[in-house]
Ligand binder design. Structure first.
Ligand SMILES: [Zn+2]
Length: 200
């Protein structure tokens, strides 16, 4: 599978592709299967891209993990501007979701949150998130949209406040409804999403 950079974003012209993190640390691992899961995270701190890119400067304790392709993410969505930044090409996966062997099924989307993931995200971030979902659902056989917390619980039986109580899952439901996608909602997850079969 090859996404070749920008061409998947023809309907999303404002996306920014960051090549600094992938060239400095790790470009991710090639997938051997199509991703089917979008995993929503939140950063619990400002500027996750800068926090990772300039890790030494900020004494970021995870720096050593980034070189191993751990704790990176495919996308970041900025809080003030709603800008979408591709950090790791979605053709590749990173160990970001505590999903074990299912990591390569996951595309990780980090929502910037300036503090603790407890207060609301911005409307413009949801707008960007759903534009990105349109592209990724169109491009891949996505069947799940879930929180990091849900994925971590599913695969490790442990929890994490990610993306946390500030994230409004009803908005995801409205988005899926607007796309006429069918799903089963379980806690912070939408499973088996697929286009409604036309009734004739
Ligand atoms: Zn997370």
């Amino acid at each position: 599978m090859e996404t070749n950079g920008r061409h998947i974003y023809t309907d999303l012209p404002d996306i920014k592709i960051d090549t600094a993190i992938r060239s400095k640390y790790h470009a991710g691992f090639p997938r051997t299967t199509q991703p089917d899961t979008l995993v929503i995270h939140a950063s619990a701190g400002p500027n996750p891209v800068v926090w990772v890119r300039d890790a030494a400067k900020y004494k970021n304790p995870r720096e050593h993990l980034y070189y191993k392709g751990i704790a990176l993410f495919n996308y970041d969505i900025e809080m003030d501007s709603g800008e979408i930044i591709e950090v790791i090409d979605p053709a590749n996966f990173v160990h970001a979701n505590n999903a074990g062997k299912a990591e390569e099924r996951c595309i990780s989307i980090e929502m910037e949150h300036l503090t603790n993931n407890e207060t609301p995200f911005q409307d413009i971030q949801y707008d960007s998130l759903f534009k990105l979902c349109n592209v990724l659902i169109g491009m891949f056989g996505i069947t799940r949209v879930a929180s990091h917390n849900f994925i971590k619980k599913t695969y490790t039986n442990k929890t994490k406040v990610c993306p946390g109580p500030g994230f409004d899952w009803n908005r995801v439901q409205s988005y899926l409804d607007s796309r006429q996608l069918n799903y089963v909602r379980v806690e912070e997850a939408f499973l088996n999403i697929r286009v409604k079969t036309a009734v004739v």
